[in-house]
Design a protein around this ligand. Structure first.
Ligand code: C2O
Length: 574
């Protein structure tokens, strides 16, 4: 007998209610990342690489929108380490963002740091990667954010979901590739292969067996969660004889867009639906990716092709047959900027009542940033291999960013910025020039650790302009802590009178990484509603290393829930 007024049915009601509340608020999911060395055999050789839990690519993180994540990262390798959750907004939790010396001191050998954050208002595919030096060449994995329980996708439910992560592989140790390049001031050696989920595929040496296979049944829809984890390249991707319907980019739903070939920049993610043929086709199909590059001659970028295989299960024998014909997709030429532009201008936010595009209509502050490659003077007694005999460098508004030796966020939070950073990042170029005209004779850039200070809730419009100083190139710019709307883009010099008229303020695509077109500009808008210090950089690792990076300091608002939270007690020390 149950006494004291308890009845089984009220217990049941209470339990159900608690469950509903937990579901609405999300749960806490725990992951353990052991950063450790592992041997990987690829392209006829074995290399010792830094991994998470000995896996390459690293483990998937799966969460639902609204969940809290606790990722305990322990560093067992002889290098400093940090992990970044690329695209996660980190609302008020900048301490968990991850870029070394921006939001945290690195996790030193033998140390542990628990990244704690909540996934708020995002669903789709994002990814995580090391954010120190070039370790992200092997330290990366997918983040899968499912909608809240009971909330459907705004597209037909797929039969299966499969992460497809593009990587970039060097036979040599990538830390050596980078330090060698920085020593002589020249470009780094290009990679030896692209990979899909860690496999280079049949077009490379010794790799026929090292091929990613997607085994499918006829007449089903698959959701491919694409991630471009390549260090220095934007990629074309296509599956022979099949179309791809894009339904989400950078963890934001888009209007379904069906294409034969898509473009994915370094750092970006794209969810696509692939519907298999109704009848068993008696053939297999390559799914291939190759580099897009503009001004760089093929010898200066990895012009190879990675292929995986889409393999149908024969419904009558229920087996996969090896000796079938294999079809290849036709990918655009490596420098097909026209194709790239027509593709990216077709991407639009879904913009429904459930998933509105909250584009800032009015602007409080306008900024104009030049995105340039250039040079720094060659150090004495060195012969530099960079442009004009200097060492290659890169800059935003002529400031080639120098990483401090203390973390910026900590310095800001404790009010100890002196000697660490200056809060005076230029809002526009100090001396304007014809950005896309004849290159100026002087290619030298300035240096500094300067931050752009934004009051809480500033509505920002930022135009980023490529320059001709060393040559046009496409630069995938990634902003931490935010999504932004891509309201406009074009070629040549941005015109502040005629171009804004053409901005799309209705359903522009919303993302965390956008390419500044070669010899052109892109305009983005966002509301600075996330206090903290947020890194913005070209997602090409080589350009980041050369200084194509800066940071925004977004100040606290006046309400308690508009302030950066205090740092966790286990913050690593420099
Ligand atoms: Cu995916 Cu700051 O990087």
């Amino acid at each position: 007998m149950i006494s004291s007024g308890f009845r089984p049915c009220s217990l049941l009601v209470a339990a159900t209610l608690t469950l509903l509340i937990i579901q609405a608020q999300g749960i806490t999911r725990h992951y353990h990342f052991n950063v450790q060395m592992a041997n990987v055999t690829m392209l006829c050789g074995t290399k010792s690489i830094v991994t998470v839990n000995g896996r390459f690519p690293g483990p998937e993180i799966v969460a639902r929108e609204g969940d809290r994540l606790h990722v305990r990262v322990t560093n067992h390798v002889a290098h400093n380490m940090t992990i970044h959750w690329h695209g996660i907004r980190q609302l008020r939790t900048g301490w968990a963002d991850g870029p070394a010396y921006i939001t945290q001191c690195p996790i030193q050998t033998g140390q542990t740091y628990v990244y704690r954050f909540t996934v708020t208002g995002q669903r789709g595919t994002l990814w995580w990667h090391a954010h120190i030096s070039w370790f992200r060449s092997t330290v990366y994995g997918a983040i899968i954010i499912l909608p809240k329980r009971g909330v459907p996708y705004p597209f037909p439910a797929p039969h299966k979901e499969v992460p497809v992560i593009f990587g970039e592989w060097w036979r040599a140790d990538t830390e050596e590739v980078m330090s060698q390049a920085l020593k002589v001031g020249g470009p780094p050696n290009i990679s030896d292969a692209y990979t899909i989920n860690g496999h280079p595929g049949p077009l490379y040496d010794c790799s026929v067996k090292d091929t990613f296979k997607l085994k499918v049944a006829p007449g089903k829809t698959y959701l491919l969660r694409l991630v471009n984890a390549a260090l220095n390249d934007e990629l074309f991707f296509s599956v022979a004889n099949h179309t791809l319907t894009i339904v989400e980019v950078d963890a934001v739903y888009v209007k379904p867009l069906t294409v034969d070939t898509l473009v994915i920049s370094s750092g970006q993610t794209t969810n696509v639906l692939l519907t298999t043929k109704l009848l068993y086709p008696n053939a297999s199909f390559y799914m291939s990716a190759t580099g897009y590059s503009v001004d760089r001659p093929p010898a200066y970028f990895d012009n190879t092709t990675v292929s995986g295989i889409l393999e149908y299960r024969n419904p009558s024998t229920s087996s996969f047959r090896k000796e079938l014909p294999i079809f290849s997709p036709t990918l655009p030429p490596f420098n097909d900027t026209k194709f790239v532009v027509s593709f990216i201008t077709k991407l639009r936010s879904l913009n429904t009542p459930e998933y509105p595009a909250a584009v800032p209509r009015s602007v409080d502050k306008r900024f104009f940033f030049t995105i340039s490659l250039g040079t720094l003077p060659c150090p004495e007694n060195t012969t530099c291999q960079g442009f004009h005999g200097g060492q290659y460098a890169a800059a935003v508004n002529n400031v080639s960013f120098i990483l401090p030796s203390k973390a910026l966020l900590q310095s800001h939070f404790t009010d100890q910025s002196t000697g660490v950073y200056q809060p005076d990042f230029p809002a526009m170029p100090l001396s304007p020039f014809n950005y896309t005209g004849t290159p100026p004779n002087n290619s030298n850039l300035g240096t500094g650790t300067r931050l752009l200070v934004l009051p809480y809730n500033t509505s920002v419009e930022l135009v980023m302009q490529d320059t001709s100083i060393v040559g046009f190139e496409s630069h995938p710019l990634h902003l931490h802590g935010y999504n932004f709307f891509v309201v406009g883009q074009g070629f040549g010099n941005y015109d502040p009178t005629t171009d804004p008229v053409k901005f799309n303020l209705v359903d522009p695509v919303e993302r965390n990484t956008v390419s500044v077109p070669p010899g052109g500009w892109v305009a983005i808008r966002f509301l600075a509603d996330n206090p903290g210090v947020w890194f913005m950089h070209c997602h090409f690792a080589v350009h980041t290393a050369w200084g194509l990076k800066m940071a925004c300091l977004v100040q606290d608002g006046s309400n308690p829930n508009e302030k950066l939270l205090p740092p966790p007690s286990d913050m690593p020390k420099c």
